[in-house]
Design a binder for this molecule. Structure first.
Ligand code: FES
Length: 146
């Protein structure tokens, strides 16, 4: 696949692979017994198709709530405005974005601020005692050329 070359003022970057459809992947985020019924818990995992920027590998994250013994709810950590990591605040039970004041209800819908859409909801499954979430790898890999 031919990469797309974008030249920014004084800096060259290759974006690749731009046209490949990202594959959904299941990622283990913990053992079942690690999740108590209650509020949201932050989990982090390595993105297998990470954004590489000046040698820094990005980590991805999600908020997971065990709503009952068999029911899980998970959202991407990234705000739908410009992607900042949102924080779960137990009281008043809202997700808050520290960048521009975006606020989401606990079902992921927008309560206030600039986000145009709800938080991305992620599928959750339990296999062999492990909790897994389904995510899409970052579709673009940024590689610094110069
Ligand atoms: Fe979250 Fe702007 S990135 S409100």
């Amino acid at each position: 696949l031919i990469g797309l070359i974008i030249t920014l003022p004084g800096i060259g970057f290759v974006l690749a692979p731009v046209f490949r459809k990202p594959k959904q992947l299941w990622r283990t985020v913990g053992k079942l017994e690690d999740f108590k019924v209650g509020g949201f818990v932050l989990v982090q995992y390595e993105d297998p198709s990470p954004v590489v920027w000046a040698g820094v590998t990005a980590k991805a994250g999600a908020w997971i709530r065990r709503a009952s013994e068999s029911e899980f709810i998970a959202f991407s950590i990234n705000c739908r405005h410009l992607g900042c990591p949102v924080r779960w605040v137990e009281d008043p039970r809202l997700f808050m974005c520290p960048c521009h004041g975006g606020v989401y209800y606990e079902d992921g819908t927008v309560a206030a601020g600039p986000p145009p859409e709800p938080l991305d909801r992620l599928k959750v499954r339990v296999r062999d005692g492990l909790v897994e979430i389904e995510t899409t790898p970052t579709p673009l890999t940024l590689t610094k050329l110069t």
